[in-house]
Design a protein around this ligand. Structure first.
Ligand code: FES
Length: 290
């Protein structure tokens, strides 16, 4: 509207006189530039950004440093734990004179083991089975059932204690620690969390685990005999599997489990590692930065 036009509108309407604040009403903000204690908006936002960055950096670096330090400090207390008579674990021992493919070759037992260390309350699988599970015959593509059964029976009849061993396998997945379960159908261990798969000896067959399942040292001893601490330290109290099978009806022949350890895919023993840690290869040296 031009300055000299008459104002015909009522106050408060679009045509009415302007009643809002005017530039001349503006009161300037006080200047705090020489007050060191005064926090400007820019200063406040910079402080928040620096503090947030610090928290994020700490969130990344503290666990990494913790892992690195914990690896070198980790050492587990352990003792031998009696888990029962040998007869509980060696029931299906060789010889297998008239075996069929459904005949149980060895045993799988699952039990909880309590130890002195907080982490020693663990569930283990005691595997009494073939040292080389892949030696078990499978049906040929054009083989008749009768021919396969005959071939299986001949193979089983030749098995001795030397073809078997006993392992204590910890059910803690080597990926992120979920409990694995034994699946009799696939004769291996399956992890429900991310699909990790292991064979009957705990060796990795698929999925993300960076190493096989950990084991606990296992020995079979005859408690009717006395051994000195030195003999025990040297392993002279350990029965061979053949001796243990021959004596397994004796309730004083016992199975004991001891120190937990990790293994490589080649079943070489290593100090116990945490879930996620590889034991061999370049990545083992770079952990936890991998
Ligand atoms: S925790 Fe077992 S596969 Fe991830």
């Amino acid at each position: 509207m031009a300055e000299d036009e008459p104002n015909n509108g009522a106050p408060g309407t679009q045509a009415g006189p302007y009643e809002g604040p005017r530039a001349t009403d503006f009161t300037p903000e006080p200047d705090h530039s020489d007050d060191p204690g005064y926090i400007t908006r820019t200063k406040f936002l910079s402080t928040v950004a620096i503090a947030g960055g610090g928290i994020l950096t700490a969130a990344i670096l503290v666990p990494v440093a913790g892992f690195a330090v914990a690896s070198s400090l980790r050492s587990e207390k352990w003792r031998w734990v009696d888990i029962g008579p040998a007869s509980d674990f060696l029931q299906n021992a060789p010889p297998y004179p008239n075996a069929e493919p459904s005949t149980k070759i060895g045993e799988v037992a699952s039990l909880a083991v309590a130890g002195p260390d907080p982490e020693a309350d663990r569930r283990i699988y005691v595997m009494f089975g073939l040292t080389n599970p892949s030696a078990k015959p499978v049906p040929g593509p054009n083989e008749s059932t009768a021919a396969y059964n005959t071939r299986f029976a001949a193979w089983a009849a030749g098995l001795t204690a030397a073809d078997m061993d006993v392992l204590a396998i910890w059910n803690r997945c080597a990926h992120l620690g979920c409990p694995v379960a034994y699946a009799p159908g696939s004769q291996g261990f399956i992890c429900p969390c991310h699909g990790g798969a292991y064979d009957a000896r705990g060796l990795v067959t698929g999925g993300p685990p960076p190493r096989p399942l950990d084991r606990l040292d296992l020995k079979i001893v005859d408690q009717s005999k006395q051994y000195s601490a030195d003999q025990i330290a040297k392993g002279q109290d350990r029965l061979t599997l053949q001796q243990a099978i021959a004596k397994s009806s004796n309730p004083k022949v016992r199975v004991q489990v001891g120190k937990a350890y990790s293994i490589s895919q080649e079943q070489q023993a290593f100090e116990l590692h945490a879930p996620g840690e590889p034991v061999t290869g370049t990545l083992a040296n770079l952990y936890p930065f991998t």
